[in-house]
Design a protein around this ligand. Structure first.
Ligand code: NAG
Ligand code: NAG
Length: 573
């Protein structure tokens, strides 16, 4: 059903007709022609020296020929006069022309395939002399069509020689033989080749691969596979020949990256060996992607005012036949006057691809071809014009983008800084408030002290009115106790204010206030003692006045200072 088959034909054509001719017809049965992937003709030079000269081949529809046949015309290098001759080699590649038989096999079986052809060379011309040999891959030959001239020599079946066969001679042959070659078929391959003028050609290839051989029946046993090496018809690895200097190579399937791939290479090529997650048996399929980067300078060139990509068309896996191949060349945004040159006919169209930062999108050249074999791994070219200024568009966009980003960052950090600043000032404000609160508490205590002073003064006035020394002494004791307690209360407040930086301005006033009040206390107590002493000694009112006059003076001055200080401190709060 599958795989490629080389059909090498050596012809020496002689014109026996009366007119000069310039082409030779090649016939292929329609049933095979639909599987004909590639047909090439080369001029045969004696001794095999010199360069290979391709002869043009084209499909033709000559009149009066059997409709079951397709015809191709090979141009002769020069007009053939009567009696002249030339030799050429024909190379045809057919896919899907080996049919697995039996159609289903187990894991343990070898795969057998059937090949059908004609022992006689099918030609619109009479054939003077011909042989056929069918080269097999080796291994068992189940059967082959017997023919008087047929014989099997090692793994080659030979028919002929035949002489003087009339035109369109046909003698069917069937060969049934073992063939365990990996029948790897890509139902579809999408190759995306993206050009970046910044130095890279990125290739991404998506495969829908199937083992196109005899279907596996009876399931798959990994244990059998591993322990007894069963599974001769399966394949485990595929090797891709990538261009030299390929880099960033990866291989993944639907599940994710597969690490069981090996990469090695030299200056001429890079080889990637991939290993699907399970061995591939007949009918089994796998989806996978490989990707790699290539240096731009190896594939992009300039000429005649245009740039052109020159890269191979087919797939890098040598054993793979591709039913349908899509090659997408993604050009840089702004590319113009696009044209394509391929060594064989393909279907062509254009698309647009959008990616990050694209405004008008990237032009994509899409080339489609069915029935692709490794012989199609030829160079093709995509020509386009590109304005270098377009190259700057994306960096300028990026630069602008980054510029705005930086501006935004600066604004953000500014804002951030003002936040931290305000939070610092907020903290300072909090501390200042705390200082104020403490200062107010100090004021409050001082006021309470002054109230105690007033009580002491009041007890002295009471004494002079009633002469009750005892209650005056009690009042003094109470006052002493209160003042002591207030002093105690004052202590932590003063410690706080003395050490707080926020209180630096007000602290001297507070300190002065406290000192003045203390002095007042001393003077007041001294006055109290003096008055009581005078009363105990029963001295006259005048005498008492005289004795305390200077103390009274001092006390009034101190009281004035304390009031002034309280007022100043009030302003601070
Ligand atoms: C797979 O590998 C490639 C190349 O090493 C890497 O760029 C990619 O991010 C990986 N993907 C996952 C899904 O790990
Ligand atoms: C493309 O590259 C191949 C291999 O390097 C070269 O032989 C061929 O001449 C190139 N084609 C063009 C059009 O430059």
């Amino acid at each position: 059903m599958i795989s490629k088959f080389f059909y090498v034909d050596f012809q020496m054509v002689e014109n026996e007709g009366p007119d000069a001719v310039s082409e030779v017809l090649v016939a292929v049965p329609n049933i095979q022609a639909k599987n004909l992937a590639n047909l090439k003709a080369f001029l045969y030079n004696e001794g095999g020296k010199g360069s290979v000269v391709d002869l043009p081949v084209s499909i033709v529809h000559p009149e009066g020929m059997p409709p079951e046949l397709s015809f191709y015309s090979v141009s002769s290098p020069e007009k053939l006069e009567k009696g002249a001759s030339f030799s050429f080699i024909l190379l045809a590649v057919f896919t899907h022309s080996l049919v697995p038989f039996p159609e289903e096999i187990t894991q343990a079986d070898s795969q057998l395939v059937v090949y059908q052809d004609s022992a006689y060379y099918l030609s619109p011309y009479a054939v003077k002399f011909q042989t056929l040999s069918v080269r097999l891959p080796g291994g068992r030959v189940e059967s082959y069509t017997k023919h008087p001239s047929g014989k099997l020599v090692e793994s080659e079946i030979r028919y002929g020689p035949f002489e003087n066969l009339p035109a369109f001679s046909y003698s069917p042959i069937v060969v049934h033989f073992e063939n365990n070659h990996p029948f790897a078929v890509a139902h579809e391959l999408v190759r995306e080749i993206e050009i970046s003028h910044w130095g890279n050609v990125q290739v991404t290839e998506h495969y829908r691969l199937v083992h196109g051989g005899a279907q596996n029946k009876g399931g798959f046993s990994r244990l059998d596979y591993q322990s007894r090496m069963k599974g001769i018809s399966s394949f485990r690895h595929l090797v891709a020949k990538l261009p030299p200097r390929a880099h960033s190579v990866y291989y993944r399937d639907e599940i994710g990256n597969i690490s069981t791939s090996h990469l090695w290479g030299d200056s001429k090529k890079t080889q990637l060996e991939i290993e699907p997650r399970y061995p591939m048996f007949g009918g089994w399929r796998t989806f996978f992607t490989i990707g790699y980067g290539l240096p731009l300078k190896d594939f992009l060139f300039e000429g005649a005012g245009k740039r052109f990509l020159n890269i191979t068309f087919g797939c890098p896996f040598e054993e793979v036949v591709i039913d349908n191949l899509l090659v997408k060349v993604v050009l840089p945004e702004g590319s113009k006057e696009i044209s394509v040159s391929t060594p064989f006919p393909t279907e062509q169209k254009q698309e647009i691809k959008y990616s990050h930062l694209d405004i008008s999108g990237r032009p994509v050249v899409v080339l489609e071809k069915s029935n692709v074999v490794p012989e199609h791994n030829l160079y093709f070219q995509v020509y386009y014009k590109f304005n270098n200024l377009s190259l700057l568009r994306e960096p300028i966009m990026l630069i602008c983008g980054f510029f705005f980003l930086f501006v935004a960052c600066i604004l953000y950090t500014r804002t951030d800084m003002s936040i931290s600043k305000s939070s610092a000032s907020y903290l300072a404000k909090l501390q200042l408030e705390e200082v104020r609160e403490r200062v107010q508490q100090v004021q409050n205590i001082i006021s309470r002290c002054l109230a105690v002073h007033d009580k002491v003064e009041a007890s002295l006035r009471e004494l002079s009115r009633t002469g009750d020394i005892q209650s005056c002494k009690i009042a003094r004791k109470t006052a002493d106790g209160l003042l002591k307690e207030l002093t105690k209360e004052l202590k932590p407040l003063l410690t706080y204010l003395q050490t707080s930086p926020q209180a630096a301005n007000i602290w001297p006033k507070v300190e002065e206030l406290v000192a003045k009040e203390r002095e007042m206390q001393e003077k007041l107590m001294l006055k109290h003692s003096t008055v009581v002493d005078c009363f105990e000694k029963k001295l006259g009112g005048k005498e008492v006045e005289n004795r305390i006059a200077s103390q009274q003076q001092k006390l009034s001055a101190l009281r004035q200072d304390v009031d002034d200080l309280l007022e100043i401190i009030d302003e601070f709060c």
